[in-house]
Design a protein around this ligand. Sequence first.
Ligand code: NAD
Length: 316
Amino acid sequence: MNLRILITGGAGFIGSHVAELLLEQGHDVAVLDDLSSGTKDNLPAGVPVHVADICDRSAVQGIFQQVRPDGVCHQAAQMSVSRSVREPGFDAQTNILGLINVLEGAAAVGAKRITFASSGGVLYGDVDKPAPENAPCSPVSPYGISKWAGEKYLEFFANEHGLSAVALRYSNVYGPRQSPHGEAGVVAIFCRKMLAGEPCLIHGDGGCVRDYVYVGDVARANALALTCPLDSPFTPFNIGTAVGTDVKQLELALRQEFARATGRSAPEPVFGPPRAGDLKSNLICPDAAAAKLGWRSEVDLRKGLPKTFASFAACG
Ligand SMILES: NC(=O)c1ccc[n+]([C@@H]2O[C@H](COP(=O)([O-])OP(=O)(O)OC[C@H]3O[C@@H](n4cnc5c(N)ncnc54)[C@H](O)[C@@H]3O)[C@@H](O)[C@H]2O)c1
């Protein structure tokens, strides 16, 4: 069935991949974005972009009345953990009050389904075995707290306003179009460094383990979560691979890809002091998404790193 979907943050990294996939599947797509980190260039031509801040309640309500979406994919957020520590009020304003504006807009026009970009990386904390959705949530940063509170608001709106809501708890997402300027996108940062002929900086001993999931797989999880029948008004799903890779292994795999793709060698990495607050290990279990959404990651690092490296190399 052809649906009309409004993607908040659709001009960003993940949102633009969701937009591309939904268009390919024949849905109508509109984007709400303040273009603070995203850009219209990330989107296929012709996608309507409503430029507004989700914190501007009346602008958000006006856009919902104009678009009248069947479904909402909420990606817009303040997404830096360290900025959330420096400016917890700004984080809460965007990630909690902005989300409430979006939920009110969705409820006002009778949207049926909302997917919410949550984070398995910050909800479960340090875990050395893949955490399932019912593992205790113990966010330690304001960003983690606002994602956790966001899920609670989703559940409230689902129960109170008949919206069907899905929280997708992503692990570490990587792929083409990720900003290398943020601190979260280690793959993007390393690709840019190697292409500039500079060594990658590894914080600490490089032993921090993460669960890397390819952005195309995350887009597919959003598309399934917007359309799949679900038996509960609110459902959280982990969207990750349960496969751990440490930073040293990731850097080496990218250096090998650099050598294969360019015929040159990239410099050896340099090591700096560990970063305060970096988790030792974070992995999430995606079995519930497999059972209920029919979702599994299809692009592992072996396939995803070459695609990502090629996209950064093509950008020059
Ligand atoms: N990238 C990851 O590894 C990861 C992991 C877990 C969760 N997430 C979540 O996924 C979502 C998308 O992240 P991303 O990596 O694509 O980041 P991104 O910065 O590329 O995309 C965010 C988009 O939201 C827009 N935006 C930001 N603040 C806004 C506001 N106040 N009003 C309207 N638009 C606004 C930005 O312009 C941008 O286009 C975020 O909610 C993030 O917290 C990302």
